[in-house]
Design a protein. Structure first.
Length: 499
């Protein structure tokens, strides 16, 4: 029997479903459960922590030389959340669905349905249990690395900075021997320091922007003293390992036969234009690119939630002071409301968990919620300063050649995107997607969507607004799914044999 043949009123109904078990989702689930709510926590990862607290397989801790906390900040905060989660699971307050992903979300008058599937392998859950029904939903799906294409970025050895760090944290594996870490923003420092401590020769760290940009908003940097202390720690690591940091410098090309072997660097002005005569080449077999992060919003856009463009140009969920989205049944926490870091995400998760409990009639600690709101306002001020100090350079598209792939999945080049705009009069990113196929591959535009939108806006003289980014994010099926899960959505005829 399919789950749709069971009346919705008779299906198990949780108080709240939380999607994502990173800093925000884990905090929201634990706090909601400690308020007495019945919680379902759904995450694609087999263990909690998300990308920020990614760590070695907990089942095989003895197989790793370094402790699981290696390379982490605020590890004690995570272990506290992990222990509280285990206690709530043991008490029956939380049902943790690990290794599952939500591929579709449907909203109803008084509940939300989340269609889930196993991330890999045969799905062990019967059809009737593959849909989670909840009175409220907290979206805490986090973010992934934003990428900008340059010539040679598809070569083996060229990786997202987050991917390089994930290999270190989860597997204690170095992705190369000689590394260039490039892009913009403080995350580059974290990745480079981790590589250096792991024994990788970090040839250079290059940031497209000048550190002096922080001088425009000096008070914003003081909103997060912990971040300043982290910066001091990174500087100490750089000095100890003799890691050079260059500002107003970018990677304009990666070259190699079979894999990356040399990196072309150039000095740029404040807009990102290459300064004549400044190009040079260094040898490296690993290039880690980090241009900030892109929130993962498939569920939010699929539900029709109101979004906005944040200071860094990302599409984010628009929420009120209690993190409620435009749909009264949905709350959002963490990077999906704006990129701000793990500790700010934890505070958002705690506030969301309390706000859901309050919304469902549970008495909450008003003073504690007020402290969380103040904490978030302070974190938001810092995030605005960070984004203003580390923007994607306006002239980044001038680093491209006509043959540079914009979309890796479909191998669509910059020239083909330009031809779609100039020759076929495609006037937005979705039109270009339909005519030239960028964003039509397996990743569905997650990697190339931001760059494609910026490139099309440059070619048409337009701007990258919320509708433009929503058009690339709106997917009826959020992740790859089996035909069996799709077929289960179709009501069975009474004469059909039950499965």
């Amino acid at each position: 029997m399919s789950e749709q043949s069971i009346p919705a009123s008779e299906q198990p109904l949780a108080d709240v479903a939380v999607v994502g078990a990173g800093p925000a989702g884990l905090s929201a689930a634990v706090v909601a459960a400690e308020h007495g709510l019945q919680v379902v926590l759904i995450d694609a990862g087999r263990q909690t922590g998300g990308q920020y607290w990614r760590h070695p397989d907990e089942r095989h801790r003895d197989a790793f030389v370094a402790p699981e906390s290696t390379g982490h900040h605020h590890w004690n905060h995570y272990t506290d959340l992990r222990e509280r989660l285990a206690a709530s699971v043991a008490s029956g307050r939380i049902r943790h669905l690990a290794g599952r992903q939500v591929w579709r979300t449907d909203g109803f008058d008084d509940r939300v349905a989340l269609r889930t599937s196993a991330v890999s392998g045969a799905d062990a859950l019967p059809l009737a249990e593959r849909t989670t029904w909840a009175r409220r939903l907290v979206i805490a799906t986090g973010a992934y690395d934003r990428q900008l294409p340059v010539p040679g970025w598809t070569l083996p050895g060229v990786m997202a900075a987050g991917g390089v760090q994930a290999m270190l944290k989860a597997n204690q594996v170095r992705a190369g021997r000689r590394a260039v870490v490039a892009g913009t923003g403080p995350f580059l420092l974290s990745v480079a320091a981790g590589l250096a401590e792991a024994g990788v020769e970090v040839v250079e760290v290059v940031d497209a922007n000048a550190l002096s940009r922080w001088a425009a908003t000096p008070l914003r940097a003081l909103q997060e003293p912990g971040k300043l202390w982290e910066g001091v720690q990174y500087a100490t690591t750089f000095l100890r390992h003799r890691v050079p940091l260059r500002t107003r410098t970018v990677v304009t090309a990666v070259r190699g036969t079979g894999r990356a072997s040399e990196v072309e660097l150039a000095r740029v002005d404040g807009t990102g234009r290459v300064r004549p005569g400044s190009t040079r080449t260094v040898a490296a077999d690993l290039v880690a690119f980090g241009w900030g992060f892109t929130p993962q919003l498939e569920l939010a856009v699929g539900l029709g939630l109101r979004t906005r463009i944040d200071v860094d140009g990302s599409l984010v969920i628009d929420v009120d002071d209690d993190l409620r989205a435009s749909d009264p049944l949905v709350f959002a926490a963490g990077e999906v409301t704006g990129i701000g870091g793990a500790i700010a995400s934890c505070a958002e998760g705690e506030l969301a968990g309390s706000a859901v409990a309050q919304d469902l009639g549970v008495t909450t600690d008003a003073r504690r919620m007020a402290r969380h709101r103040r904490r978030l306002r302070r974190g938001r001020r810092f995030a605005i300063g960070m984004h203003r100090a580390s923007p994607v350079p306006d002239a980044w598209n001038e680093w491209l050649t006509p043959e540079t792939h914009i979309c890796r999945c479909e191998e669509v080049t910059a020239a083909e995107v330009t031809d779609a705009v100039d020759g076929l009069r495609a006037d937005d990113a979705r039109d270009v997607r339909v005519t030239a196929r960028p964003g039509m591959g397996l990743c569905q535009g997650r990697v190339c969507g931001f760059a494609l939108s910026k490139l099309v806006a440059t070619g048409t003289g337009g701007v990258v607004d919320a509708p433009a980014l929503e058009s690339l994010t709106n997917r009826q099926v959020g992740v790859p799914v089996s035909l069996g899960d799709l077929a289960a959505l179709v009501p069975h005829h009474p004469n059909q044999e039950e499965s």
